[in-house]
Design a binder for this molecule. Structure first.
Ligand SMILES: C[S@@+](CC[C@H](N)C(=O)[O-])C[C@H]1O[C@@H](n2cnc3c(N)ncnc32)[C@H](O)[C@@H]1O
Length: 396
């Protein structure tokens, strides 16, 4: 992953990031941090980059020309379109979810303001995202960009030596992390909780979940409420496990965002907004979802519907472009070679075993009419949904 930072103070960014874990990640080529001195792009012979704001007011403003030319140079270097993030107290407040969303990009460009900010016209021209690190005002965007780069880098595979430590920690779900202890076993008369010394991993997991819940409820009741709602949604979706396993797994792994949840209708979306996973049970549910989608700009996104047939969605202006069965491998133990008779089955078997190893539940969608593939999954003891899932695309 490559970070590109446009700033008047490149040394501040380099020096701030080139130590410890992030510094090592750069040395080991997991990430690159490229800085661009906006001053190098000014056409002013005195290398000036700021001027007084029209209409008066305190302070100086960074001018449009050097920022724009700098952005053009970055764009040329990257060679493809990339998100340009303006660090500003006026942006979306940064959080772990945004970090996860940004970690999927190959290149990210940051624009750091200074003085009183930047001429609005160049912001309109080049900026795709605005991010704030909190409701306070800093003297410049450099530290804010470093914070975002740090949080995003930790999610890039390889940056943390133990990849797991990036997964199970505060904010990755809606729970804060459980308490942690290291040597010595007793310090200042305080002992490490016994269960952690027991070697019983099931009990340890249970204790960790309970303590995480307890401290989230105590320290962040707002987050705990979200956690509870997520648990209710998973329980509800599990009432039709065979068609909803992909949705519950996506919530568990934080892959899809819940955009709509009324009592009967659940809708999730991916970060690229390429598909909505929808569980609805009747016409009323579809009507509710459709009104929500219209109001919130989701009408152009294809829908994978389960729980009912696609008729009511087609009445709303979608066309049916695919019918699928959901297949899930729920036995947990790796698939052996006994059932394997050919190359296709063997490929599926090793793919499934890799997923199991990484802690994921193997789930696939198979076209309704593809009887041969469905037979392979059946042979490998997958659960195959009786009901279908319908892929519907908007007509226009
Ligand atoms: C003094 S601030 C300018 C604030 C600007 N006049 C305003 O009210 O929006 C200078 C620069 O610091 C950065 N900055 C300040 N506070 C920030 C925050 N909370 N999050 C991200 N960047 C911030 C921005 O890049 C901003 O352009």
């Amino acid at each position: 992953m490559n970070f590109h930072v446009m700033t008047l103070f490149p040394d501040m960014v380099k020096n701030g990031l080139m130590t410890s874990i992030i510094g090592r990640a750069v040395e080991n080529n997991y990430i690159t941090v490229n800085t661009y001195d906006i001053r190098d792009y000014t056409t002013d012979k005195h290398r000036k980059v700021d001027d007084y704001p029209y209409g008066g007011g305190a302070g100086m403003l960074m001018q449009a020309q050097p920022v724009f030319d700098c952005a053009q140079a970055v764009k040329e270097r990257i060679g493809h379109e990339a998100r340009v993030i303006f660090m500003t107290p006026q942006g979306r407040t940064f959080n772990q979810r945004i970090a996860e969303e940004l970690a999927k990009e190959e290149d990210l460009v940051f624009l750091c303001g200074h003085y009183e900010g930047i001429d609005e016209r160049v912001l309109e021209e080049i900026v795709t995202d605005e991010i704030s690190i909190g409701d306070y005002v800093l003297t410049g965007g450099e530290m804010a960009a470093m914070i975002v780069i740090d949080a995003v880098s930790r999610l890039v595979p390889g940056v943390l030596s133990n990849e797991d430590s990036g997964v199970i920690e505060s904010f990755s779900g809606n729970l804060l992390e459980y308490p942690q202890y290291s040597r010595p076993e007793v310090w200042m008369g305080k002992s490490v909780p016994e269960v952690l010394l027991s070697g019983n991993h099931k009990e340890i997991e249970k204790w960790r979940l309970e303590t995480a819940k307890e401290r989230t409820l105590r320290k962040r009741p707002d987050l705990y409420k979200k956690y509870e709602r997520e648990c209710e949604i998973i329980k509800y979706l599990n009432s039709e496990k065979a068609i909803n396993a992909d949705m519950t797994e996506a919530i568990r792994l934080n892959r899809l965002r819940i955009i709509y949840d009324s009592n009967d209708v659940i809708a999730l979306i991916d970060t690229g907004k390429t598909k909505i996973s929808l569980y609805a049970k009747d016409d009323k549910g579809i009507g509710e979802f459709y009104d929500f989608a219209k109001e919130n700009g989701f009408i152009g996104v294809p829908v994978l519907l389960r729980g009912m047939d696609a008729g009511p969605l087609l009445d709303k202006g979608y066309k049916l472009t695919g019918e699928f069965k959901e297949v899930a491998y729920t036995r947990g133990v790796p698939i052996g070679t006994k059932e394997v008779t050919d190359e296709v089955t063997d490929n599926i078997r090793s793919e499934i075993n890799d997923l199991l190893l990484s802690g994921e539940l193997p789930i696939k969608l198979v076209p309704f009419g593809d009887v041969e593939t469905l037979a392979v999954y059946e042979k490998l003891q997958f659960r195959i949904s009786k009901k279908s899932l319908y892929f519907c695309e908007p007509l226009c």
